[in-house]
Design a protein around this ligand. Structure first.
Ligand SMILES: Nc1ncnc2c1ncn2[C@@H]1O[C@H](COP(=O)(O)OP(=O)(O)O)[C@@H](O)[C@H]1O
Ligand SMILES: [Mg+2]
Length: 270
């Protein structure tokens, strides 16, 4: 039985965040500039981040928030996936958890929010990232944040291009958001990203050249990096299943057949 071809299979998970995030440097800089004023206890620039699925929106946000956590103590990052938490009470509970606010008695959502605000206003500023914002069912939490958090920057992320048109005008004018759109990766960028993952995830020389290039082609065509991650994992499972020490073109062909089962929606649920 050959040894596993995987060195680090977690590197193929959608939630894996590489140390560096190439090809999105311009976007990092944009986001970093938005939050800069908070160093001086002023609110930053709120931002609507748009673009299709699997092109690094979430990764870019998490990259910035990780950096913030590593480099500053007085600015608090709060990241919420609004698919998982799609109502104000759920979002409020999640923020409380991230702040380590533990409750001994049962209190109302409003009271809990009061405590959250007290805690958040101790910081020079708070960066809120509400990912998959189009999934949210009410915006009370946003109104309260706008009202009560002294120094803040709010990032809203969506892949629904006409979401903004359905938004409440009053909320939009309060938010005063800049907008940034992420474009799909070029062929060479797609290759760079997937080849980097290959180095993270597999023992050296696990892949036949053409087999891997076929994955790059399909991923570029679908404009979704997650497709590449799925194909890499699935093809390797097949190769291992037949006891091969290399992933070959036929394994990728099997993976391509399974691609229709890959649920694009589920991929976003982190
Ligand atoms: N520039 C990049 N470098 C490395 N990995 C990336 C890059 N952009 C996206 N990815 C990876 O692709 C996958 C999908 O990206 P994600 O940020 O979840 O997409 P989106 O939020 O736009 O749907 C993730 O595993 C992410 O780490
Ligand atoms: Mg995302």
């Amino acid at each position: 039985m050959p040894e596993s071809l995987f060195l680090n299979p977690t590197a193929l998970e959608n939630t894996f965040l590489p140390r560096l995030l190439p090809y999105r440097e311009e976007q990092h800089r944009y986001l970093a500039d938005c939050i800069k004023p908070m160093q001086n206890k002023r609110s930053g620039t709120n931002l609507l981040i748009m673009g299709g699925v699997g092109i690094g929106k979430t990764a870019c946000i998490r990259f910035i928030l990780r950096k913030l956590l590593e480099e500053t103590e007085n600015i608090m990052p709060v990241y919420i996936n609004c698919w998982k938490r799609d109502t104000s009470p759920k979002i409020i509970n999640e923020i409380a958890q991230q702040l380590d606010i533990r409750l001994v008695e049962k209190i109302s959502s409003d009271e809990l929010f009061d405590r959250i605000i007290l805690r958040l206003n101790r910081y020079n500023g708070v960066v809120f990232a509400f990912d998959e914002i189009d999934k949210v069912k009410d915006y009370d939490f946003l109104y309260r944040i706008l009202e009560d958090v002294q120094s803040k920057t709010i990032f809203l992320v969506t892949n629904v291009s006409d979401w903004i048109a359905k938004m409440d005008r009053r909320l939009m004018s309060r938010l005063m958001m800049d907008r940034i759109e992420f474009k799909p990766y070029s062929y060479e960028e797609t290759r760079g990203i997937l080849r980097e993952r290959e180095r993270y995830a597999f023992i050296p020389n696990s892949w036949d050249y053409d087999a891997f290039e076929n994955i790059i082609k399909k991923t570029f065509h679908e404009k979704d990096v997650r497709v590449g991650l799925f194909l890499m994992k699935s093809a390797t499972d097949t190769a291992e299943g037949r006891g091969s020490s290399k992933v070959e073109v036929k394994d990728v062909e099997k993976a391509l057949e399974k691609l229709k089962d890959f649920d694009k929606e589920i991929g976003n649920f982190i």
